[in-house]
Design a protein. Sequence first.
Lengths: 110, 117
Amino acid sequence: KNEVEQSPQNLTAQEGEFITINCSYSVGISALHWLQQHPGGGIVSLFMLSSGKKKHGRLIATINIQEKHSSLHITASHPRDSAVYICAVVSGGGADGLTFGKGTHLIIQP
Amino acid sequence: KAGVTQTPRYLIKTRGQQVTLSCSPISGHRSVSWYQQTPGQGLQFLFEYFSETQRNKGNFPGRFSGRQFSNSRSEMNVSTLELGDSALYLCASSYSPGTSGGYNEQFFGPGTRLTVL
């Protein structure tokens, strides 16, 4: 069973700061999701990646397969980025469903 | 293209009752997965359905069951509700289930928040 660890668990930052959230997993994976969850519950998939780096607007996600580690970066953070960010990994092609980290609670203060 | 829809969005039940939640996947998606989210355990995989068949199941008791219809819509049922079943239940759809050869991205619905009193 894949163990997924996220850090930090909680993060409060000022508007404009560069944010980094880390995710480590224990077993080789097929893919990794970065998910965003706002109060109210709905989950949005920000990225799905299996190698390298992806960028969308102010968000950047990287993954190092050899080190079993991924990072989510937010540049020029804004209060609307305040949310829970969840890392989820796919093992064995997804036959066992997604395995999730505990999430990082991010608060961006104006 | 409409996203994943779940009904109802909120539900209050009492212990011992049963509940049925519904999920309509994105048009063209044939795989539906269900997840439970609680403050203590976080997000956990319940089960996945494809072509009206359960492909896999997470570590949940038999009180949790589901099914999928020919139009790919899925329902999950929880019988004999317990206080600990209070949670956000999320479904996610994908074009087809993952295999050892590849994974298809999942798209999540808004969830059904179940409160058991």
